[in-house]
Structures are given as C-alpha cells and as structure tokens.
Design a protein around this ligand. Structure first.
Ligand code: SF4
Length: 295
C-alpha cells in the first residue's frame, strides 16, 4: 500500500507581493519548510553562529510563529528551515494543504469577484523546489483549477529534474492564462554561501524549459561596489552559459532583515542601480505591514 505524500510548511498567508515585477499584487504564500542553505552572513559580517543568544530568544519558548520576536540577523526566514522551530510547522497531505490555502484566498476565488483582479500563488520557503515531488499532486487539487499564476520563489541552486519540468509544463498548458513565474534569488557572498553552490547557470537555463514561464532575478545587495560587482559577475556567468539577456531582468534589494536596516542604505543602493543599470526594488510588504511574520 502506498503511503500518501505529505509536506511540512511553516505558514500560509495572504499579502501583497513585495518584490519584483508583480509588486503590489494579491498573493497567497505557502512557506514550505526546509532549505539547502543557511545564509548565515546576512547582517552578520562576522558570520557568528546563529545561537539562541544571537537570535535573542529561544524558539522553544514559542508556540506560534506570529509571536516570535523580529529576526534581525542571518536568514530572516530561519523559522521555516531550522529544526529549533519545527514544533511550529504543519504537516499536510496535498488535499489538506489545498484546503488550508483556500482559507486565505480573498473571497475564496483566484479572481476577485468584483474587479477580476488575479491572486497569485507564491511557493516560497525555505527552498520550495526541494518539494518538487510533492508539488504536482498539490497543483492537481480541484481548489487550484482556476489558479492562473504560480510564482516560485527560489534560490536557483537546487537541480530540477526533467520530470518536474514536464509536470509544470503540463500544468501551465492545461488551461489558458496559466503561467509559471520563476523568481530567482541567487545568493551572493554576503549570504555566506559558497559561490559555486549558489550560482548554478544550468538551473536557470532549465527553468526556461517550462512552457508559459517567465523568469527574473533578485539580488540582495549592500551599498558597496563589491556587492554590485558580484551581481554583474553572477549575471555574466548565467549569460556565458546561454541565458538570454532580457529587459527588466535583474532587481536589486537593499540588504536588511528589518525595515530600519533597509532604509539606512536604500538611497545609496537605488543610486547605484541607476548607475549600474538594474531595477531597484524595495520590499513593499515591509513598508505596508512592518516587520511582522505572516505578511
Ligand atoms: S536560501 Fe532563502 S530561506 Fe534559505 S537560508 Fe537563504 S535566505 Fe534563508
């Protein structure tokens, strides 16, 4: 007897898309558990280990993510992959997860009943492509029949199997208006992840094999030439391996886990974007809702 597949997620929430070309659009997020990286270096130049003391709290003292204090060092989504937060995760089958998701879709419809405005489903994490074996079954649930846009927020470092590419293609071709959006956030050295593991052109190229798909790149930068040079180095590496150079392809966000940290360098990062030819990108959800989890 085959056991039904299940998945762990840390949260589902409705918000506006905060970054990139779909900024401001109604979006339901599934934040899947697990990541292949730790990105300890964010706001942590000395790369200290993210102990409870460094976090400033003990996750065991909390039952719900929304009660956690603001995480201002390392990965700001650490609660979605670090085992210390596991007791706050949910384990669901595809059918159960689809029902959970619909609880967040405005008016229970993927198109707004009055304005026809679309709601996007964003698969985020952690690293959502680690759940590639689970996703096709999830998307086949009847609750997703009218879903049109799926945005996959990925670090673009996990190899994608042919089977997964085909399953996404089958989904996108099954109904008019469907689209897969690859929102890539490759990690630069400020993250603390090794370059050769973080910048993998073959994966970006593979994404493009999905029918009805589009792709863009977002980088988190501090206001230094080194940081912007790295963006160029990463993109050059993608182009060298055959990625077509497109308009409005690269978005830059100022580093900072919380709004105050981002605001400190936003102006300088924006000016550098103008000079270097990238799209500056704030985090609209942080401006709208502050530093709270679940927004
Ligand atoms: S890839 Fe994203 S979720 Fe994973 S550790 Fe890095 S910032 Fe966090």
């Amino acid at each position: 007897m085959s056991r039904e597949k299940s998945v762990n997620y840390s949260e589902i929430f409705l918000s506006i898309e905060g970054e990139g070309p779909y900024t401001g659009h109604s979006t339901v997020y599934i934040r899947f558990a697990k990541c292949n990286f730790t990105c300890r270096g964010f706001n942590n130049p000395d790369m200290v280990e993210i102990t409870n003391d460094v976090l400033g709290f003990d996750p065991a003292d909390y039952d719900k993510l929304e009660d956690l204090p603001v995480i201002s060092i390392g990965c700001d989504s650490i609660y979605s992959w670090d085992k210390r937060f596991k007791h706050m995760w949910f384990k669901r089958t595809a059918a159960e997860l689809a029902k959970d998701v619909m609880g967040y879709v405005p008016h229970g419809k993927w198109r707004h009943p009055r304005t026809n405005q679309r709601t996007i489903l964003s698969l985020t994490g952690g690293e959502p492509t680690l759940n590639a074996r689970f996703l096709p079954e999830l998307l086949a649930q009847p609750e997703f029949e009218d879903l049109e846009h799926i945005l996959i927020e990925t670090n673009c470092s996990v190899p994608l199997k042919d089977e997964f590419i085909q399953e996404l293609t089958d989904w996108s071709l099954a109904k008019e208006g469907r689209k897969i959006i690859w929102s890539n956030s490759p990690k630069l050295s400020v993250s603390g992840e090794p370059w050769e593991k973080a910048i993998v052109p073959a994966i970006a190229l593979k994404q493009r094999q999905v029918a009805n798909s589009e792709q863009y790149f977002k980088f988190v930068c501090d206001a230094t030439d080194e940081s912007f040079d790295e963006v160029q180095k990463a993109m050059d590496q993608y182009y060298l391996h055959g990625l077509p150079q497109e308009d409005d392809q690269v978005f830059i966000m100022p580093v900072g886990a919380i709004e105050e940290q981002q605001l400190n360098i936003a102006g300088t990062v924006a000016t550098m974007c103008l000079d270097r030819g990238y799209v500056f990108c704030g985090r609209a959800h942080v401006h709208a809702f502050g530093n709270t989890i679940g927004t």
